[in-house]
Design a protein around this ligand. Structure first.
Ligand SMILES: Nc1nc2c(ncn2[C@@H]2O[C@H](COP(=O)(O)OP(=O)(O)OP(=O)(O)O)[C@@H](O)[C@H]2O)c(=O)[nH]1
Ligand SMILES: [Mg+2]
Length: 488
């Protein structure tokens, strides 16, 4: 399991958002939750003046909180002055969200009241929870795995119904189950190979052993399929990164403004207007997208511009899609432009042989901008190996075509029942696992090397275990949970 251990502090945080609201909820978790709650909470007559029980009337006896029972109560400060009244709920561990003793106080949702109430618990010895600490404790107490904990944050952060649906599927364990099944097949195969290696006198021919070759093929297929779903899930949750690139003055910033629906970037007729990277998170019918405007690519003596261009290349390398914007009127690029033309154009801008050029070319959508100057109508053209979208950013014409195309690329409409939320951290680990399994397969095919295959399968297993948190460093856990909101 993990190296982190839950500390024994009792923590408190407001579970509802800050600000004013009908109800405000405080949550306590840890060994002294009940003790602290008993010091603050007092039972009293219910609102209908009926006595709920004889014990609930006595104020000098510790209130007995029934597990999972909604008590109406009053909350007092240490001088015995009334702070608020509301509901108190007690969830004894391990049957609680965190696995520890948890108490929830539901009072009125005013910031002053809630802060004052929190202060009582701090005075008693509780401490304010760190962001994500409740979920972290749930993870450390095996109430959730890491995928499920992340799904909680994703569910809260969802920017569309689809994203929320897929996050709740991950939370319910759909993604974890798939990873666990993969792990099981990997471990079974690995143990079989290792057991065989342990009996060298039997001279095993792994290559001829159909159990090994079939098993490997099946694992590769299954990892590939999980990777596909996870990639979709990550795009849906985190948003596709779409980088707008091209030569100065092509109309990149104008395009960003169109997609964002407001004038976010400065647009001028001067080439070299955009110097820094500009990011906008937008939503196309619920699909989150990060649109990134970059400096025009050219050789420039200007130091600031050079830095901007360097940053543009960094963004291009990380992009999921690249909108390569050209000035259709000035760059002499017609509708029948091919990938060869784009390659030539690209090379003019790259100024050096970047080894990743091919990988990048595949992500390009060519935007023929400024078609108003040619009196053309907006359109989308699917040339053999390249999608070309003709539009006018200045006149906001053809932007819908681009939006629909981006939706199509992501397969946004086809999200089926099996879609779960995922993060790039997960897809990255699945990709690494797949690489190890494939490398192991190679070892087997080329050298009949069972030992090396077993080692690769072990590495693949470690990669997949990182996803659920079975095999994860403290550092990574710290990073994951610190991105949660406080009170979760
Ligand atoms: N006629 C016409 N002009 C456009 C169109 N799109 C942009 N422009 C003009 O082209 C000029 C450059 O536009 P920008 O959006 O700043 O271009 P850019 O690619 O961001 O330029 P840099 O930031 O300098 O790299 C401005 O004068 C825009 O008004 C278009 O569709 N049609
Ligand atoms: Mg610009």
């Amino acid at each position: 399991m993990t190296i982190l251990s839950a500390d024994s502090d009792t923590i408190i945080a407001q579970a509802t958002p800050p600000g004013r609201g009908g109800v405000g909820i405080l949550r306590l978790s840890g060994p002294r939750s009940l003790e602290f709650a008993q010091a603050v909470v007092r039972f009293t007559k219910s609102k209908s003046s009926k006595v709920t029980s004889t014990q609930e009337m006595t104020s000098d006896v510790k209130p007995q909180l029934k597990p999972r029972f909604a008590h109406f109560a009053q909350f007092f400060d240490k001088k015995n002055d009334l702070i608020d009244e509301g509901i108190v709920l007690y969830f004894p561990g391990p049957n609680s969200f965190t696995g520890e003793d948890v108490v929830e106080l539901q009072g009125h949702g005013g910031p002053v009241v809630l802060d004052f109430l929190i202060q009582q618990f701090l005075d008693l010895g509780a401490r304010i929870a760190r962001p994500g600490e409740f979920s972290e404790r749930a993870f450390l107490n095996d109430k959730l795995d890491l995928i499920q904990a992340e799904a909680i944050a994703d569910l809260i952060d969802s920017s569309s119904t689809q994203a929320a649906r897929s996050a709740v599927r991950s939370l319910s364990g759909e993604f974890s189950n798939q990873i666990n099944q993969l792990l099981e097949s990997l471990i079974t195969l690995r143990l079989y190979i290792e057991a065989a290696i342990d009996f060298p006198e039997e001279e095993i021919d792994f290559l001829a052993d159909s159990k090994v070759t079939k098993g490997l093929d099946e694992i590769v297929l299954r990892i590939t399929s999980v990777l596909q779903t996870a990639n979709q899930g990550a795009l849906l949750q985190e948003g596709m990164r779409v980088v707008i690139a091209g030569r100065p003055n092509a109309g990149k910033s104008s395009l960003l403004n169109c997609l964002a629906g407001e004038n976010r970037a400065i647009v001028t007729a001067l080439a070299g207007t955009t110097r820094d990277v500009l990011r906008e998170k937008i939503n196309i019918d619920g699909m989150p997208l990060h649109i990134i405007d970059t400096a025009g690519l050219r050789t420039s003596p200007d130091e600031i511009e050079q830095e901007g261009i360097k940053r543009a290349w960094q963004e291009i390398e990380l992009a999921d899609q690249i909108l390569l914007v050209v000035d259709a009127s000035g760059d002499n690029i017609g509708k029948n432009v091919s990938m060869d033309n784009v390659q030539a154009l690209w090379q003019e801008m790259v100024f050096s042989d970047k080894i990743w050029a091919d990988k990048i070319l595949k992500k390009i959508i060519l935007i023929r901008n400024k078609i108003d100057l040619l009196k053309e109508s907006p359109t989308e053209i699917e040339n053999t190996d390249l999608t070309v979208i003709c539009l006018s950013a200045k006149n906001n014409k053809g932007i819908d075509i681009l939006r629909n195309h981006l939706k199509k690329i992501m397969g946004f409409k086809n999200l089926g029942q099996g879609q779960f939320s995922a993060r790039r951290r997960h897809t990255d680990a699945i990709e690494r696992a797949l690489k190890f399994v494939k490398a192991g397969e190679e070892q087997l095919l080329n050298a009949g090397a069972g030992e090396l295959l077993a080692e690769d399968l072990k590495q693949a297993q470690n990669c997949l275990s990182e996803i659920t948190g079975e095999f994860t460093s403290d550092d990574l856990l710290g990073r994951i949970f610190s991105s949660f909101c406080i009170g979760k």
